[in-house]
Write a protein that binds this ligand. Structure first.
Ligand SMILES: [Fe+2]
Ligand SMILES: [Fe+2]
Length: 224
């Protein structure tokens, strides 16, 4: 059975992740290399495990997180779909069962902001893990004036918490508003946060966003 360890040791995947990251940094995007894919792999796995999915699905989630951005080695546009195609071929070649491949590739093809949607537990967990990874260390140009970079530079720390009893998934962010206003965060990430809300609700949870300990999304409806 294919494990995350096998995938990480695979030379071809390693090369493709490097290639995807160097294409994106040429285009001025934030870091999408090994730090990002390891983060996404770890949190996809974490979310699924905390919500009690079975071990094999959790492992496939970790694999999906690690491979999700490989399509960027071609182009950013529709990189979810191109990535799914690449991963499909590679995993077929090494004899992974088709049902496992499709679980991984459907999630990869649906993680992207343009056309993505939480259509399975792995997809939902992947969306939450991926969209939560905004962080100052991802910015390649520390003196950038580009809004995406300023917002990322302002994020001192971000973490995801899952409360399986309370059925909440919380994204906690420490934000330095002397670098960029919190409104800027919403300007560029509001749609992503909507995606996270939808993904959390697919997993039967409420999504909460806490910036500097202030709950900005996720209030329970108190008008009842
Ligand atoms: Fe992506
Ligand atoms: Fe990503």
């Amino acid at each position: 059975m294919l494990t995350l360890k096998d995938v990480k040791e695979n030379k071809d995947f390693k090369h493709m992740i490097k290639q995807a990251n160097s294409y994106l940094s040429e285009k001025g995007y934030t870091e999408h290399g090994f730090r990002h894919v390891n983060y996404v792999s770890k949190y996809t796995e974490f979310i699924l495990r905390e919500l009690d999915y079975d071990d094999r699905l959790v492992e496939l989630g970790a694999i999906t997180g690690y491979l999700h951005d490989i399509g960027n080695m071609f182009n950013r546009k529709h990189h979810g779909i191109s990535g799914a195609n690449i991963v499909y071929t590679e995993l077929r070649n090494i004899g992974v069962p088709l049902e496992e491949i499709t679980a991984v590739t459907t999630a990869i093809a649906n993680h992207d902001v343009d056309i993505g949607k939480a259509v399975s537990p792995i997809t939902a967990a992947l969306i939450l893990a991926d969209k939560s990874d905004a962080h100052r260390t991802r910015v390649n140009k520390k003196d950038s004036t580009f809004i995406h970079d300023r917002v990322n530079l302002a994020i001192q720390n971000s973490e995801i918490e899952v409360d399986s009893e309370d059925k909440t998934i919380t994204l906690k962010i420490d934000y330095d508003s002397s670098i960029s206003q919190v409104m800027d965060y919403f300007e560029i990430y509001l749609y992503r946060m909507e995606m996270c809300k939808e993904a959390a609700s697919y997993l039967g949870c409420r999504f909460r966003l806490l910036i500097n300990d202030l709950e900005l999304l996720g209030h329970v409806n108190y008008q009842e």
